[in-house]
Design a protein around this ligand. Structure first.
Ligand code: LMR
Length: 401
């Protein structure tokens, strides 16, 4: 290989779709691709609490000097409380150390680099299906990837029996990537009992859980959504968590996230963080400040925090009600498929069960964009585009059964 005639890389499975959508001249077009919240007018708003925090910061900020390599200390402290629960034993004992990161993707990557450094012969196990970028991130960090069963397309629900069986044969010190809530792309989450069982398997087989926590607050609520983490913490296992504030703070382009390292004791946690800092230094030196300053400010001010919690509840409420509208709209049109399973899915995504041919039909003939595999961002549905969407989906089901 050389630099003559480098063939173009394929477009990104999700972000590439947005680029194609923007170029589409058809006025009826609908973007149900990338996981970005939209209100009923189709806009992705800046949350009012975020706007206020930005105004305050603009007034009060006195320096643009570098942050520490692990980021803004107040951000790390407040995020640890948000992710694990204020006063949780892992926080009080110092078993948690935080590294601010450029988004959830940055947290996944520095976590994967850390694991690769100390567990060079480990694999990363990903749910089938999963967010397409997981494979890219873990492979880029040098961890070979493998799949564990997660979803049963026939029953359109979690395949927990098969998942548990597979996790029970994951070798010690391999890494298992788990979605804490609002599984991307299926919207199918584990129940509290299933999480307990998964944690018991991890404790027995001694694999390392690495949680992707990108949708806290979008499933059942900010507190309820962390339920999956708790049995793993209680079992005293080493745990990594990649948290993102793109969705729940709407800070998409501010690249605001955090890697939480939960080690067996405080000294170990400090040592782990020291290595993550070395990795950060050679990747991007230190993290960007703006988004983290906003989140830290809101989380640290009781009044702003209460307002923000209401904003998160409102975003979740919209996604729940739009799911109902979609299911009802399809039923009212006599869709040849019963879509009521969409009610049980949680978060931003609905795994529609549409085939690749139907997804292609919707894009080519109807200017409706969704991710391959039939993932729909329900937040892209509005009162205005709902009828057109339901008509088009029913047409696609008949045209490409
Ligand atoms: C998604 O899955 O659409 C989001 O997480 C955005 C992304 O980075 O892919």
């Amino acid at each position: 290989m050389n630099l003559n005639r480098v063939p173009p890389a394929p477009p990104d499975a999700i972000l590439g779709l947005t680029e194609a959508f923007k170029k589409d001249p058809r006025p009826e077009k609908i973007n149900l691709g990338v996981g970005v919240f939209m209100d009923d007018t189709g806009r992705t708003p800046v949350l009012p609490t975020v706007k206020q925090a930005e105004e305050d910061l603009a007034r009060e900020e006195t320096s643009k000097s570098y942050l520490p390599i692990a980021g803004l200390p107040a951000f790390g402290e407040r995020v640890a409380d948000l992710v694990f629960g204020a006063g949780h034993e892992v926080v009080r004992s110092g078993r948690v150390r935080m590294a601010q990161s450029p988004g959830g993707t940055g947290a996944l990557r520095i976590g994967a680099e850390f694991l690769r450094k100390f567990l060079p012969s480990s694999k990363a196990w990903l749910s089938a299906p999963t967010w397409p970028n997981h494979k890219g991130v873990f492979s880029a960090a040098g961890l070979p990837v493998a799949d564990y069963p997660y979803y049963d397309p026939a029953s359109r629900s979690l395949a927990f029996g098969k998942m548990a069986e597979a996790l029970d044969s994951v070798p010690e010190n391999d890494v298992v990537v788990l979605h804490v809530c609002c599984h991307n792309p299926t919207g199918a989450d584990l129940s509290a009992d299933q999480w307990r069982e998964a944690a018991a398997i991890a404790a027995r087989r001694r694999w390392i859980p690495f949680f992707d926590f990108a949708y806290q607050g979008f499933g059942a609520g900010l507190e309820a959504d962390r339920a999956g983490l708790l049995p793993f913490l209680q079992a005293g296992l080493p745990v990594l968590v990649a948290a993102s504030f793109s969705k729940n703070f709407g800070l998409y382009n501010e690249r605001t996230g955090a890697l939480a390292l939960v080690a067996p004791d405080a000294a170990e946690a400090a040592a782990w963080l020291s290595h993550v800092q070395v990795l950060v230094r050679v990747l991007y030196s230190n993290p960007p400040a703006h988004g983290a300053a906003i989140a830290a400010r809101i989380l640290g001010d009781p009044l702003a925090r209460a307002d923000w919690e209401r904003e998160v509840d409102a975003m979740r409420g919209r996604m729940v009600s739009i799911r109902d509208a979609l299911v009802n709209g399809l039923r009212a049109r006599g869709a040849p498929v019963d879509f009521s399973f969409i009610h049980a899915q949680r978060g931003m995504f609905s795994f529609s069960g549409l085939s690749d041919a139907q997804v292609a039909f919707l894009r080519e003939k109807k200017a409706i964009y969704m991710v391959g595999g039939g993932r729909i961002n329900v937040a892209g549905i509005t009162t205005r585009n709902l009828d057109y969407l339901c008509d088009s989906v029913v047409e696609a089901l008949r045209a490409a059964p």
